[in-house]
Design a protein around this ligand. Structure first.
Ligand code: KIV
Length: 271
């Protein structure tokens, strides 16, 4: 029997058990009550209230503008809907890079106000003091290495990271540091598959990839991308499981037609 089928509630311990047994971890983003409820009922292991909300919910070009208050709003809505999955909320840009005290205050606000299970933050060595301080307050931390969208202005492009040896070595070193500090898992974004596999083999904690190949311990996608709601975004790593954009536009088109033609509402659809 898989760990996935056995547990009523996914915890950080359940995730390490999954890695031990070689069972892959499934993770998706969600930002609102209704979607989180469906994703949880479908049996996902981890729900990430990602700062990608800045793109897909608020229409910003990058993840940088989203605020802590906005992340807390999304986190609260998601937690209310979830019975089984582990809920992780992203620390948004500018709420943890300053110093470890600021990072702790931001994390405490997320935990107190959303009732989520953990926080996630981007970076390795540069943020290690913040990671340690948050962990010392009893808050589980998920790391995030590889392509870190909050640093897009430093990179200048969303291209694959760590293709060169120096960047790959730094990533491995950062992953080790995050594990030693006590992170319960790490997300690796858009890196070569061989590097993803190497990190997953070397670490005891689960490594969850988005564009990091099949050799890692689990996969995460942005829900709007995998359901085909976003149309303009199609990186190689994205598998679309639906084409909701076409379905939604079709349904809305039918509604408009029915309203205009006075087919809606019919006799049974009124009081
Ligand atoms: O914000 C987000 O959705 C993320 C995933 C891409 C891992 O960090």
């Amino acid at each position: 029997m898989s760990v996935h089928k056995e547990v009523k509630r996914v915890t950080t311990h359940v995730l390490s058990e999954m890695k031990l047994r070689g069972e892959k971890i499934s993770m998706l983003t969600a930002y609102d009550y209704s979607m989180a409820r469906l994703v949880d009922e479908a049996g996902i292991d981890v729900i990430l209230v990602g700062d990608s909300a800045s793109n897909v919910m608020a229409g910003n070009e990058t993840t940088l503008p989203i605020t802590l208050d906005q992340m807390i709003y999304h986190g609260k809505s998601v937690v209310k809907a979830v019975n089984r999955a582990l809920v992780v909320v992203d620390l948004p840009f500018g709420t943890y890079q300053g110093d470890s005290k600021e990072a702790l205050i931001s994390s405490i606000r997320i935990m107190k106000e959303t009732h989520a299970d953990a926080v996630k933050m981007e970076g390795g060595k540069e943020v290690i003091q913040s990671v340690e301080r948050i962990l010392s307050a009893g808050i589980p931390v998920m790391g995030h290495l590889g392509l870190m969208p909050q640093s897009i202005h430093k990179y200048g492009t969303y291209t694959v990271r760590a293709k060169q040896d120096a960047e790959a070595e730094k990533l491995i070193e950062d992953a080790r540091l995050l594990e030693e500090a006590g992170c319960f898992a790490i997300v690796l974004e858009k890196i070569p598959a061989a590097l993803g596999e190497r990190v997953a083999k070397e670490l005891k904690i689960p490594v969850i990839g988005i564009g990091a190949g099949g050799g890692v311990d689990g996969q995460v996608l942005v829900i709007h991308d995998m359901l085909g709601i976003t149309q303009e975004f199609s990186p190689r790593f994205l598998r679309r499981y639906h084409n909701l954009a076409t379905e939604i536009k079709g349904a809305v088109g039918n509604y408009i037609q029915d309203v205009k033609s006075q087919d809606f509402p019919n006799d049974k659809e009124q009081y």
